[in-house]
Design a protein around this ligand. Structure first.
Ligand code: DAH
Length: 350
């Protein structure tokens, strides 16, 4: 075998291999290259296999040439491998680059619906006065919605609270007052009973600017020995000041509810004009915000609290009405239409 030809072959192999290595662009190609030029079937290995046919004294020379070539290819491969890793890393870093000077993407924040907000505010105020919060069923029995509240079947006061009936005995509650009875029945004979009840109620009313067939009320009930009308007034005054401002005053006007005796309609100073008289208060300077009274002896007795020993007061307010007054909303329907132009005004600043 011609040693000179073999040496030329080795140099050709090296040139070809190094040339091919320059074309390698990814890890798979690099591995292919390694198998091809440094593996068992590489051209270099084939040269080695021909070594037997080389004259013995020439073998070391050819062997060394092969080894030098393999070393250089090995080194070239390692260098290429490192360069490739670095390049891939740089590409990744470039693609994941973050510009910390860009303005952040703002997340849109939801807001509490004004009704929810008012309810939470009212709840907070009464929690602060030692009340607990209860909730009751919206599908109510005639018995609890009317009978046990001293509104028997033929009572004319029922006309004001027509509702949706599921059966003769089951209806959508017209007020949160049935929870007065349910709470007392659950509590008896313990005192004090001191609870507020927020919740949805229903009436068979035509929807207009001030009426809705479904709306929200918050009921209040206090029962103990020696509860007087002045306690009612004090609690409501406290509430009015916390809700509408420290200078608020409340006014009780005689009224009628079958489940309270005596009964009152309760006004606060007009939130719009402060009492001077305006369109909102129809020039009276006062705005009605709730109905109230001393719990009727029948209602107490039927619920298990002997009226000769216990007395109590109760009140019920419309949440929509309070929200409308507080936020100057003129049509109750605005509260149900999910118009973002209204709701956005209640988003708290971020
Ligand atoms: N339940 C009454 C209504 O919906 C409001 C009411 C009046 C509740 C007097 C009371 C009360 O607790 O004492 O019209």
């Amino acid at each position: 075998m011609d040693v000179g030809a073999l040496e030329t072959t080795i140099l050709d192999i090296e040139r070809e291999a190094l040339g091919a290595l320059e074309q390698v662009a990814d890890r798979a190609a690099l591995e292919e290259w390694r198998v091809r030029y440094l593996g068992k079937k590489s051209p270099l290995s084939q040269v080695m296999r021909q070594l037997g046919s080389v004259a013995a004294e020439e073998r070391p020379r050819v062997g060394e040439a092969v080894n030098r070539c393999r070393d250089r290819l090995q080194t070239a491969w390692e260098t290429a491998k490192e360069a490739l890793s670095e390049r891939l890393l740089n590409e990744r870093l470039a693609s994941e680059r973050v510009d910390v000077t860009l303005p952040g993407r703002r997340r849109e924040r939801g807001a509490l619906h004004p009704l929810v907000r008012v309810m939470q505010e009212v709840e907070d105020i009464f929690l602060g006065m030692g009340f607990t919060i209860a909730e009751g069923p919206e599908v109510e029995t005639d018995e609890y919605n009317f009978e046990k509240l001293n509104l028997p079947k033929d009572h004319p006061a029922r006309d004001m609270q027509d509702t949706f009936y599921l059966t003769d005995a089951l209806l959508l509650r017209t007020h949160t007052s049935p929870m007065q009875v349910r709470t007392m029945e659950a509590m008896r004979p313990r005192v004090p009973v001191k609870v507020i009840v927020p919740g949805r109620v229903y009436r068979r009313d035509e929807d207009d600017a001030t009426h809705s067939h479904a709306f929200n009320q918050i009921e209040g009930l206090v029962v103990d020995e020696g509860i007087r009308m002045s306690d009612l007034k004090g609690v409501l005054e406290q509430f009015a000041r916390a809700m509408f401002g420290p200078d608020q005053a409340v006014r009780l006007r005689p009224s009628f509810f079958p489940f309270t005796e005596p009964s009152a309609e309760v006004d606060v100073r007009c939130i719009n004009c402060g009492g001077a008289g305006c369109r909102v208060c129809k020039d009276t300077g006062w705005i009605e915000i709730l109905g109230a009274g001393m719990v009727h002896p029948h209602v107490l007795d039927w619920a298990g609290y002997d009226h000769r020993r216990y007395s109590g007061f109760a009140f019920g307010m419309g949440v929509e009405r309070i929200a409308m007054l507080k936020y100057g909303i003129e049509d109750i329907r605005h509260l149900y239409q999910n118009d973002l132009r209204l709701l956005r005004q209640f988003a708290r600043p971020v």
